[in-house]
Design a protein around this ligand. Structure first.
Ligand code: PEP
Ligand code: MG
Length: 901
């Protein structure tokens, strides 16, 4: 019989901490904590496989589940010595979601399950606290109605507020038992009105309702959106954790908190967290009340604090990573409710990984594996430019709050998540301002530059989600009075008002909100970044180059650690003079003259004008890359891209060149192609117009000679694009060598250079053994290779690809194949091409220069198939360096694991 349910309690667990895929992160953590002897309430986990079964079978549970759950409930009753629904001393349980990857607040939770009109009296008796019992009951009825039955939160909140007013209670804690009793009655009446049924009294019926709601929440809009934004794919579903309730709200000797084994913002090795006296766990996460710092707990309950600190040390050692823990103190007794790998800011990710390796808690390879590509991207947080003087800053302070996620952000104030999404679509920069955020806001949070809330602590929903994204976030700016109706917020502190659409600047590091838009700058890399990247460089085998067309980009890429240029798209130099943009027109005119030329003689004349421009650019690039290889690709795009298409612009060009506008128009019409991406482009241009190739090779080699003479080491690699046949490539390689040799001979210079090709067409990959006879290197142009292998247009696929990626629609691909390699299809051609090429030429140099060269997953695939290097845009070079090292470390770990088995 298949096992769907895993029990834990009384020091034993059927599950294991490694079984995250099966038990979800929460379930695995509870099993593990139970096993290592931490104080965890007993319970059981319904596996993610059950959720998978549920969705694959028309939302039906597996046959065996009912009995397994009933058996587990019986076991739980035995361990806890309490019974569900018992009118004397009832067992109450929480029902919580938890998938293999943490999705903070995106799925459902139900607390205090098992209460009914009889057991609530038992609870009152057992705790000798009627007020507490009825408060627990109303919380349960409220959660069950909204979460399981999808009834209106606002309708229930409205009844709660009205009751509070009737009883003259400002806070929940001031409401007497009779108030809660009344409210339960009202809730139940509402329940009956809305559903036509009485509120379920049977605890098992309640339990199945809750299980269904948790499974249902896996496919809720907000959860699906979160997975899309976080690129979480391939999970079975959510597990359901049913656990004995413990109460943090039985009085001042109780409380609840969230804590981290290290500071999740800075990475410092300090005990860090939030605590709320006399509260239930949801109060902390929801950010409804602002909690106190954990150090306050040390004063309130020193013994509990000391015990918690021991748990902290034990868990971090056990998991060898920073943990994020939830705990509850019930009448002075500590209970651990959750542990998971803590989300952290990118700077903290680097610091924690470095420190843990230095503490010998993990290896350097582990440290490198701990960094995510996004951590690098988000490392370079902008800050407010130091040029903004103090006085200006002071005069613009609107409010201050808790610095949940560092960095600065500028945008227009927007008070709803949906509007934030709309504005962002139009290209507006927005700051999402909310009293508090809820998981429904996740779409708006994702597109916002920064997030500001009036309530909540560092572990509130907004803070946790924003931190995971490395997005500037300030919470708990309590002096702000936010009016959603009039779309205005005012600061009680200084009376300032900000209306929707007005600019705001957030300083997430200091937790200060400013009016107006201030200039931001990006700071230097933190120290830990340099250390980790140094380790990555020591570990990786793949070389990392950059795609750069200008000396400036080349210099930037060197700063980011590039070891050469893998692609210089020479045609970009036809459009713009990057060193002197004001002079761009001269080169544009030369290329246009070349295209409009009637015969070879006129073409050569125009090309001669282009030659010095190209040569100059190449000199700059060789100098920037001093000693590193530089791959220069000959012209690729179809010629029509260089000439004007509107009549007025054509007339202007005709005037400049001294020809008739009709001549220009005729030539442009001639160049028109129905499908230019498969038309007269790439090396086909050089077959038709060999003089273009000759000019470009001349510019490259002359620049190389010039640099060589100036003692700059040069390693040019001349690359021919869009090859499809050995004979075709052979013709062009011969011409290239003829021009190059002639120049070198005349200059009396000996210089090593390579001539190779891009592999961008399936035929070239399939016939790689033949192509390698004439090519000295291959560079996979996976932008075109993806386009031509999959038959998806690079330019048009955006219209429908989102449907192919959306798991709620077609879900054909896990991601956009133009972003992350389709390793199955395109990858097969790459593997074949590399192997076949090397059969002919064992030392064939192989690289990649499509966009995938800067995508971590794709880089790992390139490592696996034995490439020599990847090439990425300058800002992505560090990501590729890290991914290349991770590929080595992951492969090693795989081998070690299989040996262990
Ligand atoms: C490619 O096709 O992958 C490539 C790098 O060339 P381009 O993007 O310029 O077509
Ligand atoms: Mg291409």
């Amino acid at each position: 019989m298949k096992k769907w349910v895993y029990f834990f309690g009384a020091g034993k667990a059927e599950g294991d901490g490694e079984w995250r895929d099966l038990l979800g992160g929460k379930g695995a953590g509870l099993a593990e904590m139970t096993k290592i002897g931490l104080p965890v309430p007993a319970g059981f986990t319904i596996s993610t496989e059950a959720c998978d079964h549920f969705y694959k079978n028309g939302k039906k549970y597996p046959n065996e589940l009912k009995k397994q759950v009933a058996d587990s409930v019986a076991r739980l009753e035995k361990v806890t010595k309490k019974k569900l629904g018992d009118p004397k001393n009832p067992l109450l349980v929480s029902v919580r979601s938890g998938s293999a990857r943490s999705m903070p607040g995106m799925m459902e939770t139900i607390l205090n399950l098992g209460l009914n009109d009889k057991s609530v009296q038992g609870l009152a008796q057992a705790t000798n606290n009627e007020r507490f019992a009825y408060d627990a009951y109303r919380r349960f009825v409220q959660m069950y109605s909204t979460v399981v039955m999808s009834m209106s939160k606002e309708d229930l909140e409205h009844r709660l507020r009205a009751m509070r007013t009737r009883f003259g209670a400002k806070e929940d804690t001031a409401v007497p038992a009779s108030g809660w009793k009344e409210l339960v009655g009202e809730y139940k009446q509402y329940f009956k009105e809305k559903s036509g049924n009485d509120f379920p009294e049977d605890p098992m019926e309640q339990l199945w309702g809750a299980v269904g709601a948790v499974f249902g929440s896996w496919m809720a809009e907000k959860a699906v959106t979160y997975r899309r934004v976080e690129k979480i794919t391939g999970l079975l579903g959510t597990a359901v954790n049913v656990m004995q309730m413990v109460f943090g709200n039985t009085g001042d000797n109780s409380g609840t908190g969230v804590c981290f084994t290290r500071d999740p913002s800075s990475g410092e090795k300090i005990f860090y967290g939030d605590y709320l006296t006399n509260a239930q766990g949801e109060d902390v996460v929801a950010g409804i009340r602002t909690p106190v710092h954990l150090t306050a707990l040390a004063k309130i309950m020193p013994k509990v604090y000391a015990q918690l600190d021991k748990v902290r040390i034990k868990l971090e050692k056990h998991y060898t990573d920073m943990q994020d823990m939830e705990f509850t103190v019930e009448d002075g007794t500590l209970y651990m409710l959750q542990t998971r790998t803590g989300k952290r800011t990118p700077a903290a990710a680097f610091k924690i990984a470095m420190d843990m390796a230095n503490e010998k808690l993990i290896s350097k390879e582990d440290a490198v594996l701990r960094i995510k590509p996004e951590d690098i991207e988000r490392l370079f947080y902008p800050v407010i430019d130091a040029k903004v003087d103090k006085k200006t800053l002071e005069s613009r302070v609107l409010a201050s709050g808790i610095n949940a996620v560092p960095g600065a952000a500028v945008g227009k104030a927007c008070f709803s998540a949906a509007e934030a999404e709309e504005w962002a679509k139009k290209g507006e920069k927005v700051i999402l301002v909310r009293r508090e955020t809820s998981p429904e806001d996740v779409g708006g949070m994702a597109v916002a530059q920064g997030i500001l809330t009036a309530t909540g602590g560092k572990t509130s929903h907004a803070a946790v989600v924003a931190r995971g994204w490395g997005k500037c976030c300030i919470v708990g700016a309590e002096t702000l009075d936010i009016d959603y109706k009039t779309k205005v917020m005012s600061s009680g502190k200084n009376g300032k008002k900000v209306k929707e659409g007005e600019w705001l600047t957030l300083d997430g590091s200091e937790g200060v909100v400013y009016t107006g838009d201030m200039p931001l700058v990006t700071p230097e890399f933190p120290k830990a970044y340099q250390t980790i990247m140094k380790w990555a460089d020591e570990i990786r085998r793949l070389r990392v180059r950059t795609n750069a067309d200008t000396p400036q980009d080349a210099r930037k890429a060197i700063e980011f650690g590039a070891e050469g240029i893998g692609l210089c798209r020479t045609e970009h130099m036809f459009f713009t003079d990057f060193e002197h943009p004001e002079k761009s027109h001269d080169r544009q005119l030369a290329i246009q003259e070349m295209i409009l030329a009637n015969d070879k003689e006129a073409r050569v004349k125009a090309l001669d004008k282009l030659l010095p421009f190209q040569r100059g650019d190449f000199v700059g690039i060789f100098q920037a890359m001093d000693g590193f290889p530089v791959t220069i690709r000959l012209i690729d795009p179809p010629l029509h891209e260089f000439v004007p298409h509107e009549a007025a612009k054509q007339a202007e060009l005709a005037k400049e060149l001294g020809i008739r506008p009709e001549t220009v128009a005729r030539r442009v019409a001639q160049l028109h192609e129905a499908n230019p991406m498969l038309g007269h482009r790439g090396c086909r241009l050089s077959i038709t117009y060999p003089e273009i190739l000759e000019m470009q090779v001349r510019a490259i080699i002359e620049a190389a000679i010039e640099c060589h003479k100036g003692r700059v080491k040069v390693l040019p690699e001349i690359m021919i694009p869009l090859t499809l046949d050995k004979k075709e490539l052979g013709i062009l390689v011969d011409s290239t060598r003829r021009v190059a040799e002639d120049l070198l001979k005349k200059a009396g210079v000996k210089l090593l250079y390579l001539v190779g090709t891009m592999i961008e067409l399936p035929r070239a990959a399939l016939l790689a053994n033949e192509i390698a006879e004439v090519a000295e290197f291959f560079s996979f142009g996976t932008n075109d290779l993806t386009q031509t292998t999959m038959g998806l247009s690079r330019d048009d696929a955006g219209r429908f690809l989102p449907d192919y990626v959306d798991e709620k629609k077609a879900g054909v691909f896990a991601g956009d194949p133009f972003q992350t390699l389709d390793t199955k299809g395109v990858g097969m051609l790459m593997r074949w091409g590399t192997e076949k090429g090397r059969e002919t030429r064992p030392k064939l140099k192989v690289g990649i220069c499509g966009e995938h060269g800067g995508d971590a997953e794709s880089v790992k695939f390139c490592h696996e198939i034995g490439m020599d290097y990847v090439s990425a845009s300058p800002f992505r070079v560090p990501i590729s360096r890290l991914a290349a090292a991770q590929a080595v470390a992951e492969a090693k770990q795989k081998v070690a694991k299989s040996k262990k088995k």
